[in-house]
Design a protein around this ligand. Structure first.
Ligand code: CTP
Length: 399
């Protein structure tokens, strides 16, 4: 799986360092050549000799210890790697990376490399939840760093929760996937919309819906993984930007319309996952609306149906809409396909237990032109997104 791949493993200091030794073994068994750099605190947990034996290479930890005088070690290692893996990544190492510090061999190499960087965090559950750590991870997502999320379970500190370094087998599999995955959307531009919109009533109130953005973000992540230049136009949600994705943040249906139109001419595929408001207040009050005796009536006006507008303007683009329904799913989805001049409508029954808003799983049926219909079982939104895009890619771009 990893034959002839050069993996530079950066080990920072937490109890999970012992698992990093097994990781070197797994990566080597998969065919990779592995070199290891350790921080001083990582050396407190495991002797460099263990990594040396496992990798059959010198282990590095001192920026000023130049083993070969013909090269500068940290630059040489940074250039050597096909992929740099930070595992385990402590909260401290993540903070250094997020702020561009280079005060030891690991952080210096991470600044110097142009290879893709993957980070597998491991720490106490409360540390992983700390706003500063979250902020740093978010920042690194923006920088295009890929994260291998820690798993849940018993932690060395005695807590049970999220923070365990992902298993070496799984990390090896994910890293291998990076090299083997084919990129059928390479050269294509995919625009994904996600999340709810907010329609303001006055300076302190708005109309919105329960969309979490998870399905749209999963679609954008999948598009980037399949090699597409991916633009994610997102309403207000609290999700990190998937790696390799450019995000444009919007608030209202009107802003989303303008952002989508700005990208439309050069787009090959537009996936409209967003739950766009169909109505907005006819007027936005400049001041906070004060309560009065009796009932109040809010006048609403229609927003532009973005998908329908894109359908009318369509030249070469493939248009994919979503439909959240509670009944007559097939009938309504097929109707939307026609009415909005879309190429596919992905319908989900939001009344089902494991589907729709704010779930991590979804079950959908895809309807396409010429009576095309394919049902997908309940599965995690990320896996579903990959399957959906693979289906559309095969049908539309693999000709
Ligand atoms: N959509 C859009 N612009 C809008 C409203 C919806 O682009 N102003 C898109 C959504 O992103 C989604 C699809 O249209 O891809 C959903 O269809 P829609 O008819 O709006 O769904 P509902 O509002 O749920 O349906 P209904 O017509 O039954 O009210």
């Amino acid at each position: 799986m990893l034959a002839n791949r050069k993996i530079l493993l950066c080990v920072s200091g937490g109890i999970a360092v012992y698992k990093a030794v097994a990781l070197v073994s797994k990566l080597s068994q998969a065919g990779a050549e592995v070199k290891v750099i350790m921080t001083e605190s990582a050396k407190q947990f495991v002797q460099p000799l263990s990594f040396q034996v496992m990798s059959r290479n010198d282990v590095y930890f001192d920026t000023f210890d130049e083993k070969d005088s013909s090269v500068i070690a940290h630059i040489d290692l940074a250039d050597w790697a096909d992929l740099v893996l930070v595992a385990p990544a402590t909260a401290n190492m993540i903070a250094k990376m997020a702020n561009g510090l280079g005060d030891d061999m690991v952080s210096t190499v991470l600044l110097a490399t142009t290879a893709p960087i993957w980070v597998a965090p491991a720490m106490n559950v409360h540390m992983y939840d700390h706003p500063a750590v979250k902020r740093n991870i978010d920042r690194l997502h923006h920088d295009g760093i890929r994260f291998i999320e820690p798993s849940e379970g018993f932690l060395a500190c005695g807590y049970v929760g999220k923070g365990r370094l992902e298993e070496p087998e799984k990390i090896t599999e994910l890293v291998a996937g990076h090299f083997t995955k084919n990129k059928p959307l390479k050269g294509k531009k995919v625009v994904v919309t996600a999340g709810p919109t907010r329609e303001r009533i006055d300076p302190v109130r708005f109309l919105t819906n329960f969309s979490s953005g998870k399905m749209g973000y999963a679609m954008a992540e999948a598009a980037a993984e399949l090699g597409a230049e991916t633009i994610l136009i997102s309403g207000p949600v609290s999700l990190p930007v998937p790696s390799g994705v450019k995000r444009i943040q919007v608030e209202s249906a009107q802003q989303m319309l303008e952002a989508v139109l700005g990208e439309y001419d050069s787009a090959d595929l537009v996936v409209k996952t967003a739950a766009v408001a169909d109505y907005r207040p006819a007027a936005i009050a400049g001041q906070k609306v004060k309560k009065k005796e009796g009932n109040s009536v809010l006048e609403l006006e229609r927003t532009v149906d973005i998908l329908q507008q894109l359908g009318q303007l369509k030249s070469h683009q493939i248009l994919v809409g979503f439909a959240a329904e509670t009944d007559h799913v097939a009938k309504y989805a097929k109707d939307k396909l026609e009415r909005k001049n879309a190429d596919y409508i992905i319908a989900n029954d939001v009344s089902a237990d494991s589907a729709g808003f704010d779930h991590d799983t979804n079950a959908v049926t895809v309807y396409g032109r010429g009576e095309f219909e394919r049902a997908f079982p309940v599965m995690p939104k990320k896996a579903l997104a990959l399957d959906l895009l693979t289906l559309i890619t095969e049908k539309e771009f693999a000709k």
